[in-house]
Design a protein around this ligand. Structure first.
Ligand SMILES: [Zn+2]
Length: 453
């Protein structure tokens, strides 16, 4: 071994430097794309009389405000404790030898390396889901107390099993690819992981509406009639090619109202909760106009591509962390084998399936760190879809009444605090959206929707 390699087991310095440069470049690209393309101000222009400030008391009765506050107090403890316990568990498993020991035990009789990946992934996914179950059940009991859930416990439990199955399939595919490429190319697996991560995110987002959503809901076309033809007319007027509007049997699970766009290209669909169909048609149009805003801007595809770019950067960072002998030792995994040789499968290194707990811990930490940025950008994109709905319907009064109905029926948080915005809010709050509709009315010299109470 030469002098230079003494502190560079396996000649990892050069690939690590390359991975660091790639990670920095990819994260810089994501930051630049987000900074330049996020609609920071979806309603540009000089607003006569100024922008309207959100004021929940203007449109919501004291009883509605009190109910929202009580629901928030009831749903927050399971949400926060579930988040903290879930994170703490995976961090303890991944950043101490506990996870590696556990995986060693459950895969002791499993011969093939990739089979060990499958077993380890199943064991960890199940363990994490079971640990989260009390908090999910607690949350469900709150939803039930407030009349938001229509499920029985057996059907709720079946949902938990299904979502465990979906999470397990997706994470197993990802881990199999990762451990295959890490084993095959011990020094340069970050290139394959970055490319594979990018493609997998795009693929999952594309097939999600046809492969995952039907696991949880049944869908049918919105029946022929006035509403359907009005909605398709509106889409045509908007220049968005929509052949069908789907209805999901959401009422088997919830009383809340919602609609969404998922997929892109040939899998793109606009879906309405069946609970929404009891609302007045003009309000449904207001919601669909918002969804058309997403469809027209290809928000799902855009979010998928930016997310995929972020995952590619994260894979380069993952390589840097997973080739750190200190971190591997901390996780109870022996670092690379003899210098210059591929880490052998039992011997250690990032290709050792016992490091899966460490991978999951790093992914969980990264996801949590990225969430506030994701939520911030999502809120601006949602506001742009709202602006689109207002431009298309030119009916801020109906928009306001729909937002009011959404907030009341879903018992939305009418006064979210700063932490709630950062951690949970993918959409502006109901009062934020209502204030925006009033701002839109001022901007377009249309009568401002009066207070609802
Ligand atoms: Zn939206």
């Amino acid at each position: 071994m030469s002098e230079g390699e003494a502190d560079d087991a396996g000649g990892m310095r050069r690939p690590r430097a390359a991975a660091a440069v790639a990670a920095a470049a990819l994260f810089a690209a994501v930051a630049a794309v987000l900074a330049l393309t996020t609609p920071w101000n979806p309603l540009p222009g000089n607003v006569p009389g100024g922008r309207v400030r959100p004021d929940p008391a203007l449109d919501f009765s004291p009883a509605e405000l009190a109910r929202s506050k009580a629901f928030d107090s009831a749903i927050s403890p399971p949400a926060y404790t579930g988040l903290v316990v879930g994170l703490a568990l995976i961090l303890v498993l991944g950043l101490t030898p506990l996870g590696a020991r556990l995986i060693g035990r459950v895969t002791a009789r499993t011969g093939h390396r990739l089979l060990r990946v499958i077993v380890a992934s199943a064991a960890l996914a199940a363990l994490l889901r079971v640990a989260g179950l009390p908090f999910d059940a607690w949350r469900e009991s709150v939803l039930r107390r407030y009349g938001l859930s229509t499920q029985t416990w057996p059907s709720w439990l079946l949902d938990q099993v299904k979502s465990l199955g979906v999470a397990w399939v997706i994470s197993t595919i990802a881990l199999l690819l990762l451990y295959w490429v890490a084993h095959r190319f011990p020094r340069y697996w970050w290139t394959g992981a970055a490319a594979g991560g990018f493609l997998l995110v795009v693929l999952v987002s594309f097939v999600y509406p046809i492969a995952v959503e039907p696991v949880f809901n049944k869908f049918h076309s919105l029946p022929r009639g006035q509403l359907r033809s009005d909605l398709l007319d509106m889409a045509r007027r908007d220049g968005v090619p929509v052949e069908d509007v789907l209805v999901a049997d959401a009422s088997r699970r919830t009383t809340s109202l919602n609609a969404y766009v998922s997929g892109f290209g040939s899998t793109r669909r606009i879906v309405l909760y069946d609970t929404l169909l009891e609302s007045p048609p003009a309000r449904v149009e207001s919601i669909v106009a918002h969804e058309l805003g997403h469809a027209k801007r290809d928000d799902v595809l855009y979010g998928t591509l930016v997310g995929a770019l972020g995952i590619a950067g994260a894979m380069c960072l993952l390589y840097l962390l997973m080739t750190s002998p200190r971190l591997l030792r901390r996780a109870g995994v022996a670092p690379t084998g003899p210098p210059g040789r591929a880490p052998d499968d039992r011997g250690g290194g990032a290709a050792d399936p016992r490091s899966i707990a460490l991978v999951l811990a790093l992914v969980a930490a990264g996801t949590q760190i990225g969430a506030p940025v994701q939520n911030l950008v999502s809120r601006r994109i949602e506001a742009r879809a709202d602006a689109h709905a207002l431009n298309l319907t030119r009916d801020p009064a109906t928009f306001v009444s729909m937002q009011h109905e959404l907030s009341v029926r879903n018992i939305s948080d009418l006064r979210p605090d700063a932490l709630e915005y950062v951690l949970w809010l993918t959409h502006p709050s109901g009062p934020d959206r209502i204030a925006m509709a009033r701002t839109w009315a001022r901007l377009h010299h249309v009568p401002q929707p009066p207070p609802l109470r």
